[in-house]
Design a protein. Structure first.
Lengths: 323, 287
């Protein structure tokens, strides 16, 4: 879902939906049930395939759910033991949390800062170059996460990758380095990948906001002797507070659940325990070790974290627009 | 002109050239960073010696062999067909469901309407890692593991919330006056829907469909989990894995296959971008 989510269209005709139920009042019953008839198919699909699974993952998290339970269907309730195991696992504190939270903080900061810088640059360009840069970042945005990740893996490949070969040609290193074995260089590559894939959304959204900032305000500030730095912080940022809030929250949600970008890297699928983050840990425990209950408990924690962020997001949205 | 102002003017113009040059450098750097992965993918895909080391920026020996291999022996002809079927069914089913639901939330006021919208918004944020475990068990219980049908059903559900959310904006943008005019002309609700609402919401429907196409085409976790054993049913996103060997990877093949996967997504991306910004109902209501 990550790359298809977008800020919902802002400020569509915000006039409250009127009860355009239909002609005449004789068909009152049909008119009243019509919205539910229209909603029913979609709701049925969502209930069976999204809501029920969400309930179930919570139920699984309270069980010792392995291959045997899958086959027999017999529940094996163990209360909060899975959660107890998670919170007493030293791996959580030394590896998984830093890899999830620390990474998300860096990725969000990097994506938003870089995206904003690109938006400011684009706003100052003429129409021709703005189109050129816009098309280029569209290409970075459209790159699927799977193929994008493989390309970065190829660039940093230990034996034949262009990064190592360039460093060697420049005489900066004698031997090829395997960048994927060290936890920090591993996540540096993930960071590069995520920022490269994520900044176009930020840049395009902020650019749209920037073009809406009244020119007079900026000119007046320039007359008063405010430099570009000051103009940015004093006029643009306060004007675009809502846009920044939406962009930051959405990026946080996406960067918390980075999966393919880690899983597809060498060692990322669980063989390098140092590279685990919450999502990959949950998947690897479930489908690698057949500990579906334990994996579900991790997934529940990840969901709760994201739900918390989502509540903040919804609040921000509600301030901006009537649903 | 006094000496003072002319000095200031030259200083200002010097600053202008310097800032223009600085901007040019920034644009070049930005383009290089943005385009390098895509460029490197293409360059390796067309290089006969990709993965043998010492690769240059441009292919040393230009070839189509990587593509030919991927599409025949590599099995990507089958994977492409699978992905196309899955994506097509997903797009059609989710377009119909999302359109009906979005009309309901955009055009009617009813109890639980706001709750419904909030639920749709929140459900989009649920991480796939949390859904994959219960859905794996569910699909397994239904005996649909390793089938494309199981995957399609899941993808319809995944693309629905966003589809409803986005289409709702497009439906709301159609002026209610047009609907009322249709009723005055004696049209039933169904007739109004077909002849007034549907044509006007079409651009939005196209954009939403493109997004669900991209979801189905790119999705990776569910394809990997639900199709695990049946490589003849693989979609393109997981078909790539087989070019990774135990000791060496066939980078020429991987990059050629990646190019094949990426191109449809890029084309569709361009289409949506234009559709989304085009005037929605421009000219439909005359002053």
């Amino acid at each position: 879902m990550t790359n298809t989510l977008q800020a919902p269209p802002v400020a569509q005709g915000t006039s409250a939906p009127r009860a355009a139920g239909g002609p005449g009042r004789t068909k009152n019953l049909l008119t009243r049930t019509r919205p539910w008839l229209l909603l029913a198919p979609a709701l049925a699909v969502l209930a069976v395939l999204l809501l029920w699974p969400l309930v179930r993952v919570f139920l699984f998290s309270l069980q010792d759910y392995g291959l045997r339970e899958i086959v027999s269907g017999e529940p094996n309730w163990i209360g909060l033991a899975n959660f107890g195991e998670i919170f007493t696992s030293p791996e959580l504190y030394t590896v998984v949390l830093p890899n999830t939270v620390g990474f998300a903080v860096l990725a969000v900061a990097g994506t938003v800062a870089f995206g904003t810088a690109v938006a400011v640059l684009m706003a100052s360009l003429g129409p021709f170059w703005r189109t050129v840069v816009g098309s280029a970042i569209m290409i970075a945005w459209a790159m699927p996460a799977v193929t994008g990740t493989y390309v970065w893996v190829w660039i940093f490949d230990a034996d034949r990758g262009i990064f190592n070969e360039t460093l060697q040609a420049l005489g900066l290193q004698d031997e090829p380095v395997n960048w994927f074995t060290n936890r920090y260089t591993f996540y540096a590559i993930v960071l590069l990948n995520v920022i490269h894939h994520g900044f176009p959304f930020v840049a395009i959204t902020i650019l749209a906001g920037l073009l809406g900032v009244p020119k007079e305000m900026l000119e007046a500030a320039e007359m008063d002797g405010a430099g570009p730095w000051r103009r940015f912080w004093r006029i643009i940022v306060p004007n675009l507070k809502q846009v920044f809030a939406v962009v930051i929250i959405l990026s946080t949600i996406w960067d918390f659940k980075v999966f393919a970008q880690v899983y597809l890297m060498p060692g990322g699928a669980g063989s390098n325990r140092e590279a685990l983050n919450l999502g990959v840990w949950s998947y690897v425990e479930s489908f690698g070790q057949n500990r579906y209950g334990f994996g579900s408990a991790i997934a529940v924690l990840l969901t709760l974290v994201l739900l918390g962020i989502t509540v903040v997001y919804v609040r921000t949205m509600l301030k901006e627009d009537e649903l | 002109m006094t000496a003072d102002t002319s000095v200031r003017a030259t200083r200002r113009s010097a600053r202008k050239t310097r800032s223009a040059a600085g901007k040019a450098v920034l644009v070049v750097l930005l383009l290089a960073f943005t385009l390098f992965p895509a460029f490197w993918m293409l360059s390796s895909a067309f290089d006969a010696k990709a993965g043998t080391g010492g690769q240059q920026l441009l292919p040393r020996e230009f070839t189509f062999d990587n593509f030919a291999y991927v599409l025949t022996e590599g099995g990507f002809d089958v994977f492409l067909r699978n992905s196309a079927i899955v994506a097509l069914v997903t797009v059609l089913a989710s377009a119909v469901l999302a359109l009906l639901a979005s009309v309901a939330v955009a055009r009617f006021r009813f109890t639980f309407r706001t709750a419904m919208l909030l639920m749709i918004l929140i459900v989009q944020m649920v991480p796939l890692e949390a859904l994959v475990i219960p859905l794996f068990v569910q699909v397994r219980d239904l005996g649909m593991l390793n089938t494309l049908l199981g995957l399609m059903v899941v993808y319809v559900a995944l693309s629905l919330p966003f589809g409803i959310w986005m289409l709702r904006g497009f439906v709301a943008a159609v002026p209610v006056e047009l609907e009322e005019a249709a009723y005055i002309d004696g049209a039933s609700w169904g007739r109004m829907f077909r002849s007034v609402l549907l044509p006007l919401v079409m651009p939005g429907l196209v954009a939403t469909s493109v997004f669900s196409f991209i979801t189905a085409w790119n999705e990776f976790i569910f394809a990997m989990t639900l199709l695990g054993g049946a490589s003849e049913n693989y979609t393109v996103a997981i078909g790539l894995k087989q070019f990774f060997g135990e000791h060496s990877n066939e980078w020429g093949y991987i990059m050629a296959a990646s190019t094949i996967i990426t191109i449809p997504v890029m084309i569709f991306f361009v289409i949506v971008q234009r559709r989304l910004s085009s005037g929605l109902v421009a000219g439909a209501v005359k002053g």
